[in-house]
Design a protein around this ligand. Structure first.
Ligand SMILES: *Cc1c(COP(=O)(O)O)cnc(C)c1O
Length: 424
């Protein structure tokens, strides 16, 4: 039986029906920023597999680290046992973030769950009953129940799951634009803190770029204010850097744009360079001390594959590689090219705005009915992107060459130009 037939019959794809209502392309192999299809076609990768393949695919150093580790020890339970790769990774994450205590887990959503649990535990240890979270409109923090409950209540799946999701407090998303005035959203934020701080354990946000909830870039001043208010009201600031982390916005972590330190950070996606599923929750020493010295005394969470040595080894290699080469220069070059090329999108009739930062480029359309047409056009012209709703966007590996990056943006723009409004 043809394996693609099996896929059609048996395999769920993300955010999809079974069988899929949209086209699924069979992939044969990858190399750096190329995806090779079974049909023999080659696509330039404009997605870096959902922000994860920061060094491109099949990087020799990452592959070597994984191959080496597989012979030493592919997995060992983390309960009561320790291993070198996990320790090395924890030290790297602590050094890079300026935070201290590291909880390794299996996916971004799980790290968000652990962050939420940790914040409640911390407040409880201090004798406070704070069970709610403050979150932003347009937020995306993952698909598990706790994470979903702090995603934007309107453009996510809240309405489907109804009372199964816990209710939290949502505040106006910061105004669109890195340099935009964000005083209105700050006023609403202050109001929410004043009114609700007694019940809020933590304020969770995606720093500088809100990802899947709208690809929205905002002003670092908002983060500074968030830090100030969290400190004032003893609410933990949780920076979800799962998408933005490891250089995507031009800084190692997006909080650095505002020179602030969160109390808790979650990282994932780019952590293993796109090789293995892994994420981490990292907290200040104060938080782990307060929890550990409390009556409860422990962080009650422990995934079976916690601290998986294969994931740790490739994460270590990926971070080493990032620090070895001048990733900041590469990302700056990528940012400049995005800026130049996206100018041409701004003049199109169907486009409402275009924006970019670091290795991220976004075109927002006025209408949300063209995503499939645009994707089909791009694939036909050798570019892999996956638009959603009104958003046509690209996140590229830091190893992409200039010609390929220009081709990605130009193909996105040509795809928009190719749309005939009346045949939607
Ligand atoms: C992708 C993402 C998550 C969820 O990570 P998964 O690994 O898909 O569970 C959480 N937060 C943000 C900001 C993300 O971009």
């Amino acid at each position: 039986m043809n394996w693609l037939e099996i896929d059609k019959n048996h395999v769920w794809h993300p955010y999809n029906s079974l069988p899929s209502k949209t086209k699924i392309l069979p992939v044969k192999s990858t190399n750096n920023t190329s995806i090779f299809l079974e049909s023999g076609e080659e696509l330039i990768d404009g997605m870096s597999s959902w922000w994860s393949a920061i060094h491109g695919y099949n990087n020799p150093k990452l592959s070597e680290a994984l191959k080496k580790q597989v012979d030493i020890m592919p997995h060992i339970m983390f309960g009561g046992l320790a291993h070198e790769q996990a320790s090395l990774l924890a030290k790297k994450l602590s050094d890079l973030t300026g935070l201290h205590s590291v909880f390794l887990c299996d996916s971004g959503s799980v790290s968000v769950e652990v962050a939420l649990k940790t914040a409640i535990l911390y407040q409880k240890a201090k004798g406070l009953k704070k069970y709610k979270f403050l979150a932003l409109k347009n937020a995306y923090h993952g698909d598990t129940l706790g994470a979903m409950s702090v995603c934007d209540p309107d453009n996510s799946m809240h309405s489907i799951y109804g009372t199964y999701l816990s209710e939290h407090i949502f505040t106006k998303a910061p105004e669109l634009g890195f340099d935009s005035d964000c005083s209105e959203s700050i006023i609403e934020l202050e109001k929410n803190f004043e009114e609700h701080h007694e019940e809020i354990a933590g304020f969770i946000l995606e720093p500088i770029v809100q990802g899947a909830g709208g690809m929205r870039i905002y002003n670092p001043e908002y983060l500074k204010k968030a830090r100030e208010l969290c400190t004032k009201y003893d609410v933990l600031l949780i920076a979800d850097e799962i998408a933005t982390g490891f250089g995507h916005t031009g800084k190692m972590f997006a909080v650095e744009h505002a020179n602030i330190k969160p109390d808790i950070m979650t990282v994932g996606k780019g952590l293993t360079g796109g090789y293995m599923t892994m994420a981490a929750m990292i907290t200040s020493k104060n938080i782990s001390d307060i929890i550990s010295n409390s009556q409860i005394g422990v962080l009650m969470h422990g995934p079976t594959f916690m601290g998986n040595p294969l994931s740790c080894s490739v994460a270590n290699a990926s971070i080493d590689l990032l620090l070895e080469f001048s990733w900041e220069n590469n990302v700056k070059k990528i940012e400049d090219i995005f800026s130049q090329e996206l100018e041409f999108a701004k003049e199109l009739e169907l486009v409402s705005s275009a924006r970019n930062i670091g290795a991220i480029g976004v075109i927002e359309l006025k209408d949300d009915c063209y995503a499939q047409e645009i994707q089909d056009y791009c694939v036909k012209n050798g570019v892999w992107i996956r638009p959603f709703g009104k958003l046509i966007y690209s996140i590229v590996a830091y190893t992409i060459n200039e010609d390929d990056l220009r081709k990605i943006v130009r193909t996105m723009i040509n795809a928009i130009k190719s749309i005939k409004k009346d045949n939607k």
